[in-house]
Design a protein around this ligand. Structure first.
Ligand code: IMP
Ligand code: MG
Length: 194
């Protein structure tokens, strides 16, 4: 990655220490992923993007518009539990999408961290008679658990740090920040329940 742009003053004051991936780089990569998906499914297949709430909403909204061919969208809610900046397990917190039998399903998530979310969804969705199943994540952390989790499409490999923005949150904040940034220790501490 090139030298990253300066953190805008407002976000620096909120505890963001570094711009890890700027808006233009995200937009460029999302366009590439959209093209890649439309090529894979070029022959009129029934494709469904299954976006993982809540973090993947921003990525999924951009990715679906980067696919120039017919595609359907569903949402599924997965809750990760554990300390606030590390996930230790994933549980389904919504019903699974209906009518996926015979469809080409793409799980869309914002970050692959422990891999719990993807493993859970692969298991659950594969029981629904789908024609094919793949996963597309915007970010993958360079840690053993993430790198060893099956994932067909990855936007960016990033260091194993806590990031926010472009849908990713800390305590439900920062999802609207348009770039992916590193939230520093001070920002985390200030927002943590005492
Ligand atoms: P998993 O550990 O791969 O199951 O990822 C679980 C979820 O943890 C992700 O979908 C995110 O919602 C959340 N998560 C993991 N790493 C980060 C991070 O650096 N920032 C914000 N959320 C994260
Ligand atoms: Mg998530």
């Amino acid at each position: 990655m090139n030298t990253s742009p300066l953190v805008p003053t407002y976000w620096r004051d909120q505890g963001i220490e570094q711009v890890l991936i700027d808006e233009a780089s995200i937009a460029r990569r999302v366009r590439e992923l959209g093209q890649e998906l439309s090529l894979e499914f070029a022959d009129g297949k029934d494709v469904v993007l299954v976006a993982v709430l809540t973090g993947a909403v921003v990525f999924a909204a951009d990715l679906m518009r980067a696919i120039p061919t017919r595609v359907a969208i569903s949402m599924v809610s997965v809750t990760s539990y554990g300390a606030s900046t590390t996930s230790q397990g994933a549980v389904l917190s919504s019903a699974l999408p209906k009518n996926l039998a015979g469809k080409h399903v793409v799980i869309v998530d914002e970050v692959l961290d422990s891999g719990g979310t993807l493993r859970l969804l692969r298991t659950e969705l594969s029981l629904l008679g789908v024609a094919s199943l793949r996963a597309c994540v915007l970010l993958r952390k360079q840690r053993e658990q993430a790198m060893s989790t099956k994932c067909e499409m990855v936007g960016f490999d990033i260091p194993d740090v806590f990031v926010v923005g472009y849908g990713l949150d800390f305590n439900d904040e920062f999802r609207n920040m348009p770039f992916v940034g590193v939230l520093g220790e001070d920002g985390i501490r200030e927002r943590s329940p005492r």
